[in-house]
Structures are given as structure tokens and as C-alpha cells.
Design a protein around this ligand. Structure first.
Ligand SMILES: CC(=O)SCCNC(=O)CCNC(=O)[C@H](O)C(C)(C)COP(=O)(O)OP(=O)(O)OC[C@H]1O[C@@H](n2cnc3c(N)ncnc32)[C@H](O)[C@@H]1OP(=O)(O)O
Ligand SMILES: CC(=O)C(=O)O
Ligand SMILES: [Mg+2]
Length: 363
């Protein structure tokens, strides 16, 4: 919680008539946040057919939308939100948007247009280039005023993109700045530029960022293997801790090399293993990769359920397949089992796979 509001005020509406803030962020599956440009007629035309095939559809208004198309994108999103069955507001697929940056000429009109027109459909507003708690607090109050005016009954949640050095330095206060905070995504492209990293990519690794094995004194001229390192490990790990500390959700972000589906899957899996709940999809073919990676495998769930069964009342230590299990490994297994339950509730194919796992014997 931010130090600028007292504990008793934190969950009070910031405008008379605004909906009461949530005390807990709902754990809705959001393995892929699929980006589309609502001003691109061809892309926008595909959106109704994508409802039910992806956890989140996000109408992007910021970077990747041409300046000349900003108004068309905003209006296109309103049309999609108002006319698409099953999208947003408790429908099968969540509706999110990424609005323009707070210092841009478009942010104010984005929220002033979207909240009255489709505020009842919008689940989450993603705010780019967040620098500190003050940015979230500004959005928090403005949304409360607009929600009150529009008579909304459910607060719109806020998601921040971590894409400036100052944002990373302030990540804990950003996560705790408002009860609206739903989660954070890594923004590797803007973050690289802001940090003056010497890369030219949108996410992913770099072959130059490596460690090299020591020379072999007996073969000084032998070639020495190198191992590519993960440029994003530090930031993702920091983001995951900050989100967990505040009960909100961390996400990887964009993987710009659309053709390299293998490296995309690797980057997504690293984020999944470190604690992220989902990622972005920029192209339809990245949705299947995200859904696969961010759903626990049948093998993981088989093992996790065996540990849960072997641990009985959850106390003490047991041996399973030569390995010690106790309260701490049980808790890890329960994270996977609960995630599988949440996903099975919305994904019939996954449910079938998880249901087919033999029930483990009780200890
Ligand atoms: C750093 C950041 O801020 S990342 C976030 C901002 N960036 C984005 O949002 C980018 C979103 N994605 C895109 O703009 C596009 O996918 C691009 C530019 C990357 C590639 O587009 P294309 O060259 O058209 O890709 P491609 O030819 O493979 O598309 C195949 C089909 O999928 C459609 N398609 C492509 N991307 C999407 C999408 N994101 N959503 C829905 N449909 C899409 C195309 O319209 C095309 O349809 P068609 O078969 O009927 O012709
Ligand atoms: C995600 C994003 O906006 C970025 O990488 O800059
Ligand atoms: Mg960016």
C-alpha cells in the first residue's frame, strides 16, 4: 500500500458515487493478452471470431498505432466493445485496452471516451510508461470520477507497463499505489531504450550477452563454449516479487520476432517458471504458444497431485521417488494444482487432459 493514503482510506472510493474498490484482484486466467489495432479494419474484423479462443483481447491505442489513426483506433474500440458478444464485463474473453501515455496528446480523450462508452465492458486499462505511484494515483482518481459520472457498478482495474528505468526503481510503490492495480507487464523495448541498452530488439535475448567457459590450461587453444544469458532475468524477477508482495499479477510482455516461435516459447517459459501468469501475443500464432506455456503440463499436475496426496494433512516430511517433500514443496504443488483448476474451468480441452490423470493414492 502506498504511504500517501492511510490504511482506513485505501479502499474508499475516490469520488462520490464511484464503485467501491476491490480488496482482492480476481484470479482470472490471462495466459495471452492478445493485442490488436482497432483502426486496422482487417485485424478488427477478426476480433469477434477470436472471442473464446484467447483469455484477453486488448485494443491497443498506443505505440504501433499510427498518429493519424489514434482517433480511429479509439472509435474502433468503442464499436467493438459495444457490439461484440461475449467480450468483456464478465464475458468469456476479457476486454482490455492499452491507452496512450499520460504525457501524450491522446491519453485524456482516450479515457474520457472509453469509460462512458464501454466502461461496463472494459476489464482492465493498461497504462504505459508508468514512472511512479503518482502516475497510478492520477489515473485512479480520474477513473473514479468518470466511473461515478457513468454510473458504473464495477471498478475498472489498472495494469502498468514497466518500461522505464525509474519505473523499475519504483516498481514496489507502483504495485501498491491503488487497489485498482491488477498487474504489471515487462516492456522490454522501451525499457531497453530508456536504459540505453545497446540492443535493437523487442524482447528476447541477445547472442552477445553471454558467459564463456574458462580456458583449459592443457588445451589453451581449444575453443571455449559460451552460454547465452537472459537479459531480462533481473527485471522480471524484481517485477514478480513486487507483484506477489502486493497480491497482483506479473506478465512477460512482447516478443517481437514473430517468426522465431522456438525462442518465443523459451522466453515465455522462463517467465512462467519465475512466477508470471501470462504474456502478450502480438500475432495470432503467439496465442497457442502462450496458452501452452502458461498452462501447467499434465506431467506437472500428475506430480503435484501425488505430492498433495502423499503429504496427507500437510505436515511433516515424506519421501517420494527418492526426494524429500514437506510443507514448502507442498505449497509449490498447490500453486500448480489451483492454477490447473482455474484453467480447467474455462478451457474444456485442458479439463479433459487434467481429468484423465489417475487419482494418486492417499498416504
Ligand atoms: C513494443 C510494443 O509496444 S509491442 C505492442 C504493440 N504492437 C502490436 O500491437 C503489434 C500487433 N501486431 C501487428 O501489428 C501485426 O501482427 C504485425 C505488424 C506484427 C504483423 O502483421 P502482418 O504482416 O499482417 O502479419 P501476417 O501477414 O502474418 O498476418 C496474418 C493474418 O493475421 C492477421 N493478424 C496479424 N496480426 C494480428 C493481430 N494482432 N490480431 C488479429 N489478427 C492479426 C492479419 O490481418 C492477417 O490476416 P489475413 O490472413 O486475413 O490476411
Ligand atoms: C511492451 C512495450 O511497450 C515495450 O516493450 O516498449
Ligand atoms: Mg512500450
Amino acid at each position: 500500500m502506498s504511504s500517501s493514503r492511510s490504511a482506513k482510506d485505501f479502499f474508499r472510493p475516490l469520488a462520490v458515487g464511484a464503485p467501491t474498490p476491490l480488496t482482492e484482484i480476481p484470479a482470472r486466467p490471462s495466459r495471452a493478452i492478445h493485442f490488436f489495432d482497432p483502426s486496422n479494419e482487417k485485424m478488427a474484423g477478426k476480433i469477434p471470431g477470436m472471442v473464446g479462443t484467447v483469455d484477453v483481447l486488448l485494443g491497443n491505442l498506443e505505440d504501433a498505432v499510427k498518429a493519424d489513426n489514434k482517433v480511429a483506433a479509439r472509435e474502433g474500440l468503442v464499436k467493438i466493445g459495444q457490439s461484440t458478444e461475449g467480450l468483456g464485463g464478465g464475458g468469456t474473453t476479457q476486454l482490455w485496452t492499452r491507452v496512450n501515455a499520460l504525457d501524450s496528446p491522446w491519453f485524456l480523450d482516450d479515457v474520457m471516451t472509453l469509460v462512458p462508452a464501454i466502461g461496463d465492458k472494459l476489464d482492465v486499462i493498461m497504462v504505459p510508461k508508468v514512472q511512479g505511484a503518482e502516475d497510478i494515483q492520477y489515473v485512479d482518481r480520474l477513473l473514479a470520477q468518470l466511473e461515478a459520472k457513468a454510473g458504473l457498478e464495477r471498478p475498472i482495474l489498472v495494469h502498468a507497463i514497466l518500461e522505464t528505468a525509474r519505473g523499475v526503481a519504483n516498481v514496489e510503490e507502483i504495485c501498491g499505489a491503488s487497489p485498482r492495480m491488477q498487474g504489471i507487464s515487462l516492456g522490454p523495448a522501451d525499457l531497453a531504450a530508456d536504459r540505453r541498452m545497446k540492443t535493437t530488439r523487442v524482447g528476447g535475448g541477445h547472442p552477445g550477452y553471454l558467459v564463456r567457459q574458462d580456458p583449459n590450461p592443457d588445451q589453451p587453444d581449444a575453443s571455449r563454449p559460451t552460454y547465452q544469458q537472459d537479459l531480462w532475468h533481473y527485471t522480471i524477477a524484481r517485477m514478480v516479487d513486487a507483484c506477489a508482495m502486493h497480491g497482483i499479477y506479473p506478465y512477460y510482455g512482447p516478443f517481437g520476432d514473430i517468426a522465431d516461435v522456438t525462442a518465443c516459447e523459451d522466453q515465455f517459459r522462463n517467465a512462467f517458471l519465475l512466477g508470471c501468469v501470462g504474456t502478450w501475443s502480438l500475432h495470432p500464432k503467439q496465442i497457442a504458444i502462450a496458452n501452452k506455456v502458461f498452462s501447467p503440463s499434465v506431467e506437472d499436475i500428475t506430480h503435484a497431485r501425488r505430492v498433495v496426496a502423499a503429504m496427507g494433512d500437510g505436515t511433516g516430511a515424506v519421501m517420494l521417488d527418492g526426494k524429500m517433500e514437506d510443507d514448502a514443496s507442498l505449497k509449490q504443488c498447490l500453486v500448480l494444482v489451483r492454477l490447473a483448476e482455474e484453467l480447467a474451468a474455462i478451457d474444456p480441452e485442458l479439463k479433459k487432459q487434467y481429468d484423465a490423470i489417475d487419482a494418486p493414492e492417499e498416504a
